[in-house]
Write a protein that binds this ligand. Sequence first.
Ligand SMILES: [Zn+2]
Length: 92
Amino acid sequence: MARRLDPCGTTGAYQRHIKAREKPCQACREARNAYERDYRKIARRRHSETSKARHRARGRALTRLARAYAPAFRALFAEELAKQDTTRQEED
Ligand SMILES: [Zn+2]
């Protein structure tokens, strides 16, 4: 059974033009551009969801770390506060 070829104006036909070393026709270029636009949009959305999830997980992990090592955390926090005060005084 012969495989039905994708008609021009599809990403399949775009690939066929490329494989045949032809310059893709306008309809195929437009199909390819639309596909890439959608792909980038999805990739961006997926990336931002992933980074938000990682950011929230990092915050929760830091909170747990601070509780597990409370004395060390308090000492580090005090140190950083002191640094900040010094920096602020230097700025004035
Ligand atoms: Zn075409």
